[in-house]
Design a protein around this ligand. Structure first.
Ligand code: SF4
Ligand code: ZN
Length: 306
């Protein structure tokens, strides 16, 4: 079968049809387009300065490893920032061990420093132990998300990073925008700002893949040929986010470009929304919106000990 020719270089056979732009791209033009897209997002959302120290949260999945590979290429060619990969080992048997091996291989391949830190070491308890205690009303992911956020920030601070990059894709951004709306939680919209916000006690979080759809990170990983973990976490929940994901995927199929519109509309709302002022948690001193942070609230509920 003859594949249509790439609409960019007009010489190679295309391997991908990009519904929202109408382009058909060959392997090389596709890979180049992702690197250029990330570079553009870094520039427009003012994510980096020259010679930053960037900590990248790398779980071992296709999104975070795509981020690692793309940022390495960009930084080698432009800002010259130092990159350190950070992996949080939640302590999930049969799942996290494989991810750790994969991240190790990728960081060796790219000749990057790699730091990994476990829930057990930081909080005295593993995710398997928490899952054994949690009730259906507050599932494993609710605990894991809060602890992982803290662990990533702690690890990024400990290496003196001035940015913490995460592998959130366009799909994640659009889903979060919809979820914040339907939960009526507009104060959380600010966490979608791709360039992050400077807040005392937090390493500024940036999201360089904010305009890259998830199916394109998967194709980037596949075409680049690096190994990534495809197994899902055994505690992944059938949460409301999955409904938002299914709905957005269906809409995107019917009306290509709807994820971009959702994300950009959320960004346009930002100036009208008030951001939350953070203060120090009265127990641990970490930044929080209330008087005590979510980690300390979990400790007090008796589910974890720090
Ligand atoms: Fe943690 Fe849930 Fe992600 Fe598993 S799916 S790593 S429990 S947040
Ligand atoms: Zn091409």
């Amino acid at each position: 079968m003859n594949l249509p020719t790439c609409t960019k270089c007009k010489s190679q056979p295309s391997v991908f049809f990009r519904g929202y732009s109408g382009e058909r791209l060959c392997k090389d033009c596709f890979i180049k387009s992702i690197i250029e897209r990330v570079q553009r997002s870094i520039n427009i959302y003012e994510m980096l300065e020259h010679s930053s120290k960037i900590a990248i949260g790398v779980s071992g999945g296709k999104d975070s490893l795509t981020l690692l590979h793309v940022l390495k290429i960009i930084e080698d060619n432009t800002h010259g920032s130092e990159i350190v990969a950070i992996t949080i080992d939640e302590g999930i048997k049969g799942y996290r061990e494989e991810a750790l091996k994969i991240v190790k291989k990728n960081t060796r391949l790219l000749d990057l420093e790699w730091v990994h830190i476990s829930f057990k070491k930081l909080f005295g308890i593993s995710m398997d132990e928490i899952a054994a205690k949690t009730t259906r009303s507050l599932g494993s992911c609710s605990y894991c998300g809060v602890l992982r956020r803290r662990a990533l920030n702690t690890a990024a601070k400990s290496i003196g990073a001035d940015r913490l990059a995460t592998g959130h894709t366009l799909d994640d951004m659009a889903q979060s925008a919809i979820l914040n709306l339907i939960r009526g939680d507009l104060s959380k919209m600010h966490s979608l700002l791709p360039g992050g916000i400077n807040q005392d006690g937090f390493v500024r979080r940036i999201k360089p893949l904010c305009e890259v759809p998830e199916r394109e990170t998967a194709l980037f990983a596949y075409l680049s040929g690096f190994e990534f973990q495809s197994m899902s976490c055994p505690y992944a929940e059938e949460a409301i986010r999955n409904d938002a994901r299914a709905w957005l995927n269906d809409m995107e199929e019917k009306r290509p470009g709807i994820m971009f519109t959702t994300f950009r509309t959320a960004l346009k709302m930002m100036p009208q929304l008030k951001s939350t002022n953070l203060k120090a948690c009265e127990f641990c001193g970490e930044p929080t919106a209330g008087s005590s942070c979510r980690v300390c609230q979990m400790v007090m509920d008796g589910n974890i000990r720090v």
